[in-house]
Write a protein that binds this ligand. Sequence first.
Ligand code: NIG
Ligand code: FE
Length: 411
Amino acid sequence: MASTLFTGIAELVTNDDLLDGADHAEHLGRLSDAAVVVQDGLIDWVGPAAKAPAADQRRDVGGRAVVPGFVDSHSHLVFAGDRSAEFAARMTGVPYDGGGIAGSVDATRAATDDELRALVGARVAEMRAQGTTTVEIKSGYGLNVGDEARSLCIATEFTSETTFLGAHVVPPEFAGRRAEYVELVTGEMLAACAPHARWIDVFCEPHSAHAFTEDEARVVLSAGRDAGLGLRVHGNQLGHGPGVRLAVELGAASVDHCTFLSEADIEALVAASDTTVATLLPGVEFSTRSPYPDARRLLDAGVSIALASDCNPGTCYSSSMPFVIALAVREMGLTPAEALLAATVGSARSLRRNDIGVIRPGNRADLTVLDAPSYLHLSYRAGVPIARTLEPGGGPQARASVRRRQGTRLP
Ligand code: NIG
Ligand code: FE
């Protein structure tokens, strides 16, 4: 396979603490006037342009910055329908409680496979166009055996990071029969979905009549673990609650939202920082007019954090990781470097992946180029579409073969 040498990289952020000759301030492993060689979808060489080896082809990125591709470790892309009116109502003060999910469930069940596939493909393409190179996709708008399984099957066409979220809310047809729904999720639905999922997730939220209690969530997660799935939790989104505690207790890879945390929650996350990542989703606070979690405090305490979009029709219909990074800097007290690290190597860690998030030989060649001389512009130029995925271009590429009709498969 042809190798490609990328040159003209004014600033390369590698996130590689061990890279020789790099500026290691803030753990970014930064090189000026750098070059990267890519072969077969993997990084082959990283270093100063003056020392670059020969390659089959050469691409000059024109004095731009290159950063590790964004890892969006939390999204709900498999849905049909429109909930913009719910957003408009929320902006006039109507609070979010998860009740609107039922509308997305109706529309998703009514959509054909091809319609859903096209919707997911367009959303994945939108992410890729903004620099995201890995996406996790959850089910959760089917909420019956057939529609959860087909949501995951469609998601697997676009990513290997698929998450079974049958325990998103109790669907209306099970109103008053919560225990029966939990039995379905942990029985027949899990059996149908586990072959198409890497992870299981649950919306654990005592402040919503629609979501799941601590005990219900423990049953769901334990069943998922027994079926071989890794654990993720939606926790502490709408108020203080048991989500973080439960995620830590069960050794989940990630607990997501963490909007309302007690001192005990923070202590638990610090103690579990080698195991459980706190994934912050500031697009949700933006879109629901909620208080932002204090990411500065979490980092200073020693919590492992990640940033992701949570792209979904209810609480944040934005697929933009640059927007998330800008929010984290402006609203949550992170430096631009900390925000970029959380959106790349931090979210990779939340997916228990070490082949992405860091630009080093042997890792996936997931590169994002910025129409700017420095990564600082990601938050400095908020709202301007400066980030895009750097396609190797030309020559046979492993990635090209997995292009889909409407989008591109992301790992
Ligand atoms: O991550 N909180 C639960 N699930 C999504 C929202 C889903 C929806 O409202 O459609 C979230 O915020
Ligand atoms: Fe979510």
